[in-house]
Design a binder for this molecule. Structure first.
Ligand code: AMP
Length: 248
């Protein structure tokens, strides 16, 4: 069983982002970038399936700038076998990423495409679903447990009030939720080993995909500042203040 893992290079989750003065996007100058956390979870799951003898090959793909090679190397150091970078300096929207991934799926013929449920920069939560639609494959989004059973996957999903388990026939698209696993840190020997693993360099044009944006960002704004809290003397005081504020 072969697994394809699309990984996105995004602003590190611990960075407090700043909006550019012209309010068109966030400022990426000198900002630490890392692998999208949900993609790390996807890499971890694929590597675990490989360690359990359930997967035979894991291929990582990223669409992004030359520096996304570092993101791919991180995945290779975690245990993935090889990488593909589809290099572009343009921002690529989920539909274009999904179209490129669909072409790579045609070439690589994986049994599972394991994506993050969302990229924490644009919070789109679209790529996996669009890819499943383009391929006409079954999809199981927001996986919190993945089991391989008789040529199919049993995927458990956290839904309102409980857990839902769905069965999808392979090949399938799966997207990872936060509680699927805890990604490992790559060991130094594995980081060294990853330097020798292959990364194929490609361009969007190699797949005949037009990556011109379809969406226009109208405005990006900071969230409203939180007002300072106040101390109350008693429960009665608290209830009175909540009533005055129209909360009760
Ligand atoms: P999104 O739909 O943008 O929230 O992203 C969901 C998932 O799609 C991510 O966690 C990645 O697995 C994949 N993805 C999105 N953009 C890219 C990209 N530029 N390169 C590789 N994978 C991507």
């Amino acid at each position: 069983m072969k697994i394809l893992i699309p990984v996105k290079r995004v602003v590190d989750a611990n960075v407090k982002v700043r909006v550019k003065p012209d309010k068109t996007s966030v400022d990426l100058a000198n900002v630490k970038m890392s692998m999208n956390p949900f993609c790390e979870i996807a890499v971890e799951e694929a590597v675990r399936l490989q360690e359990q003898g359930k997967a035979t090959e894991t291929v990582v793909v990223s669409v992004g700038p030359a520096q996304a090679q570092e993101t791919i190397r991180t995945a290779l150091a975690m245990g993935a076998d090889r990488g593909v970078l589809v290099q572009t300096d343009q921002a690529v929207e989920p539909l274009a990423v999904a179209k490129i991934l669909a072409k790579i799926v045609d070439e690589e013929k994986p049994d599972i495409v394991l994506l993050g449920k969302q990229a924490i920069d644009d919070d789109a939560n679209q790529t996996g679903q669009m890819l499943a639609a383009l391929l006409d494959w079954p999809q199981a989004a927001f996986a919190s447990k993945v089991e391989v059973k008789d040529g199919a996957l049993h995927v458990t999903r956290e839904i309102d009030g409980g857990l839902e388990t769905v069965e999808v026939k392979l090949p399938a698209v799966v997207t990872t939720d936060l509680r699927l696993n805890e990604p490992r840190y790559a060991s130094l020997p594995n980081i060294m080993k990853a330097k020798r693993k292959e990364i194929a360099m490609k361009a969007p044009g190699d797949y005949g995909v037009d990556i011109a944006p379809r969406l226009e960002v109208v405005k990006v704004a900071e969230p409203p500042k939180r007002e300072a809290g106040i101390k109350v003397e008693s429960v009665a005081d608290l209830v009175g203040k909540l009533k005055n504020a129209g909360v009760l």
